[in-house]
Design a binder for this molecule. Structure first.
Ligand code: SIN
Length: 319
């Protein structure tokens, strides 16, 4: 028997409202029921029915760890419900890749969790949200779909690769070197590579027991011409627990910034190095001074480091 697809609303432009056809709108205005009401074809895409839930209502630039926690815990509960076959999350485009990554790190490769969004508000002359929502439900109901995915403008992206690559166009997301996981075309999923489906999330143990407390403070610092590291000293004085440095090229850093990071590390701050290049994966040389970010972009590396620090705090013997 066909299973239900849960749709969790979190806001974004997909739920945005503005003057018909005009410029300017306010994100996160329509509830998930209103989004679903715009797409009668959802009944066909999810023959087992839909479960609708409003988890948040935000412009995703204002996403918080509290909302991530709420969303992850709702996803976990729904993944454990035998009547639910998959989950769709409607989200803003601006931090979609961050939410995709935090869910990937916490939930892993079980039932599909498909994020979608829109570049135009629901009141636009030709909104893109309804088609994206239909594609997301089609994908979440597909028997081979696993883990955290995103679908935008018909292109399916994996959580590790997905990145917002354009500020305006409808096809705003890219998977860069890895390429898309697949496409949703005319109501059918065409896979470029079928999701593996056997991986456990790195932080699965944390997912059910996320502390009801602020997540450890981790900041991102950019290495650039003229960087002097003063911002690092200031962060350390302010109690930062981790720093991800967006390095030039293959992980190179301005020497003044590197010296500030040495001081931070000596003071107990965890340091990770990611490249600021949008394509490729940096190869840290043997004997590198800092751990590299496992090929993650700086924003995703920041999430992983926050989770690592929380995990370490839970470990037996942790202070
Ligand atoms: C947001 O990220 O919530 C607003 C922008 C968008 O969805 O495109």
């Amino acid at each position: 028997m066909a299973k239900k697809i849960a749709i969790l609303g979190t806001g974004g432009t997909i739920a945005g409202v503005g003057p018909a056809g005009g410029a300017g709108y306010t994100a996160a205005q329509l509830g998930v029921e209103q989004l679903v009401a715009q797409v009668p074809a959802l009944a066909r895409a999810a023959p087992g029915g839909l479960l609708l839930e409003q988890v948040a209502q935000v412009d995703s630039k204002d996403m918080t760890t509290v909302l991530w926690q709420r969303l992850a815990q709702r996803c976990l509960a729904l993944m454990g419900d035998p009547q639910v076959g998959g989950i769709v999350v409607t989200h803003g485009t601006d931090t979609l890749e961050e939410t995709a990554w935090v869910l990937h790190e916490l939930l892993g490769q079980g039932k599909p969790v498909v994020l979608t969004c829109a570049m135009r508000p629901a009141t636009a002359l030709a909104p893109d949200g309804p088609q994206n929502l239909l594609d997301a439900v089609t994908l979440a109901a597909h028997p081979l779909a696993r883990g955290v995915l995103a679908v935008v403008a018909g292109v399916v992206h994996g959580a590790r690769e997905v990145t917002k690559a354009h500020p305006l166009r409808l096809d705003a997301f890219a998977s860069n070197d890895a390429g898309p996981v697949g496409w949703v075309e005319l109501g059918a999923v065409r896979w470029a590579r079928v999701p593996a489906g056997d991986g456990t999330a790195r932080h699965a143990a944390l997912a059910a027991r996320l502390p009801d407390a602020p997540w450890p403070r981790v900041e991102i610092v950019l290495s650039h011409a003229g960087a002097d590291g003063a911002v690092v000293d200031w962060m350390v004085a302010g109690g930062v627990r981790g720093i991800v440095v967006a390095a030039t090229g293959n992980g190179t850093l301005h020497e003044a910034l590197a010296q500030a990071l040495e001081r931070a590390q000596a003071a107990g701050v965890a340091v990770r190095v990611a490249t600021r290049c949008p394509l490729g994966r940096m190869q840290a040389p043997d004997g590198a001074r800092w751990r590299d970010a496992r090929g993650l972009s700086p924003v995703k590396a920041r999430i992983s480091l926050m989770l690592e620090l929380m995990e370490a705090a839970r470990a037996p013997g942790a202070a």
